[in-house]
Design a binder for this molecule. Structure first.
Ligand code: ATP
Length: 334
C-alpha cells in the first residue's frame, strides 16, 4: 500500500460535510467511512449530503454517526447517492451552496468524485471561502496528479472477469470480439484492461485509429493461423456508437466481429481489497490534511506515497496516457 504522510494538527475544525458526485465508483462508501470515523475520532461533527451538489442545493443533509457508516465498506455505489448537477456550473448556485453549508455550521466540505466534481469543489472554495478537500473517486483514473483513483482497480477486475469469459467464446467460435470499456475521453482503463486481458489490440481515444490497418493486421494474423480469434479492447471515447462504427468498418474489410459493450457493469460491484484500503486511507487522510491547515487540494497518490495536489492543477493540466504503456501492450500481443 502507499506511504502515508505525517501531519500535525494546527487548525481547529468542529464541523465538516461530505458528498459523492459524478459517476459512482466502487470504494466511495469506504472513503465516506474513512472520513466519518476519522473526523469523529477528533470530535468533529460530520454531515452527509445526499446526491452530490444537487442535494446540497436542495439542503438534503443529515448528521452522520459512526453507526451510519457501519456495514458499507464492502458495498459498491455510494450510500449518500450521487448525481450530476448542471446548475453547479453557475456561480450563483455555488454561492447558494456556501450559504446552505454555513447555515448548517459546516466549515469544510469533502468532495469525492471525478475531475468535474473536483473542479466544482475548487470553484466553491475560490469563490466563497468554504474549505474543500477532494478525493479522486472515478473508475476512469483520468485525474491529473494521482496515479490511482478510488474504483479503478475494481472496474479493471470487473472488465477482466467479463473479457476472460468472452475469450472462451471467441476462441471456441474463432471470432473476433470488440469489447468496449468505459473511460470517457481517457484510454487509461482500456489500456490496463487490454494488457491484463492479453488483448490482441487496444484502441484508445488518445491515438487516432486507422481501421483499414486494424483490419489488415487481423486478416494477416488470421491467414497466418496465429489469430483466428481475438479480443480488441475499445475505449468508449466521446464519440457516440464508436464501437459499432468500428465494427461496421471492419465488416467492409471482410471481418465480422461481435460487439460486447461492458457499460455500467464496470461501475458497480463490491470494491476490491485494493480500493477499500485506498479509499479508507484517503478518506482518513483528507481529515488529517484539513486539520493540518490544508484546503483546496486533492489527496491522491504518487510514486508510492499519499500526496496533496492543488485542485487548481487538476483544471490546468490533463493526465496523459503513458505512450510507453501502450508500447508494452503492443509488444506483448505479438
Ligand atoms: P466521472 O468520473 O463520472 O466523470 P466527474 O466528477 O468528472 O465524474 P462530471 O459529470 O464531469 O463527473 O461532474 C460531476 C458534477 O460536478 C457536475 O454535474 C457538476 O455538478 C460539477 N461540475 C463539473 N464540472 C464543473 C465545472 N466546470 N464547474 C462547476 N461544477 C462542475
Amino acid at each position: 500500500m502507499y506511504n502515508l504522510p505525517t501531519l500535525e494538527a494546527t487548525r481547529e475544525i468542529t464541523s465538516i460535510a461530505v458528498l459523492t458526485s459524478g459517476g459512482d465508483s466502487p470504494g466511495m462508501n469506504a472513503a465516506i467511512r474513512g472520513v466519518v470515523r476519522t473526523a469523529l475520532s477528533y470530535g468533529i461533527t460530520v454531515q452527509g449530503i445526499h446526491r452530490g451538489f444537487t442535494g446540497l442545493l436542495q439542503n438534503d443533509i443529515e448528521v452522520l454517526s459512526s453507526a451510519s457508516v457501519s456495514n458499507i465498506v464492502q458495498r459498491g455505489g455510494t450510500f449518500l447517492k450521487s448525481a450530476r448537477c448542471p446548475e453547479f456550473h453557475d456561480p450563483a448556485c455555488r454561492k447558494q451552496a456556501a450559504e446552505i453549508l454555513h447555515s448548517h455550521g459546516v466549515e469544510a466540505l469533502i468532495v469525492i468524485g471525478g475531475d468535474g466534481s473536483l473542479t466544482g469543489a475548487h470553484l466553491l472554495e475560490e469563490e466563497t471561502g468554504v474549505l474543500v478537500i477532494g478525493l479522486p473517486g472515478t473508475i476512469d483514473n483520468d485525474i491529473f496528479g494521482t496515479e490511482d483513483t478510488i474504483g479503478f482497480d475494481t472496474a479493471m477486475n470487473t472488465a477482466l472477469d467479463a473479457i476472460d469469459r468472452i475469450r472462451d467464446t471467441a476462441d471456441s467460435h474463432e471470432r473476433h470480439f470488440l469489447v468496449e470499456v468505459m473511460g470517457r475521453n481517457s484510454g487509461f482503463l482500456a489500456t490496463h484492461v487490454g494488457i491484463a486481458a492479453g488483448a490482441e489490440m487496444i484502441l484508445v481515444p488518445e491515438y487516432a485509429v486507422n481501421i483499414a490497418e486494424v483490419a489488415l493486421q487481423l486478416a494477416t494474423s488470421r491467414k497466418a493461423g496465429t489469430g483466428s480469434s481475438g479480443i480488441i479492447v475499445v475505449a468508449e471515447g466521446n464519440e457516440p456508437d464508436l464501437t459499432s462504427k468500428i465494427a461496421n468498418e471492419l465488416q467492409q474489410h471482410g471481418l465480422s466481429p461481435h460487439i460486447s459493450i461492458l457499460g455500467h457493469i464496470q461501475r458497480g460491484g463490491r470494491p476490491s481489497g485494493h480500493d477499500r484500503v485506498l479509499a479508507s486511507c484517503l478518506g482518513a487522510v483528507a481529515v488529517e490534511y484539513l486539520l493540518a491547515g490544508y484546503s483546496d487540494i486533492m489527496v491522491g497518490v504518487n510514486k508510492g506515497e499519499v500526496v496533496d495536489i492543488p485542485l487548481d492543477d487538476l483544471i490546468r493540466y490533463r493526465k496523459g496516457l503513458d505512450p510507453e504503456l501502450l508500447k508494452i501492450a503492443l509488444q506483448l500481443h505479438k
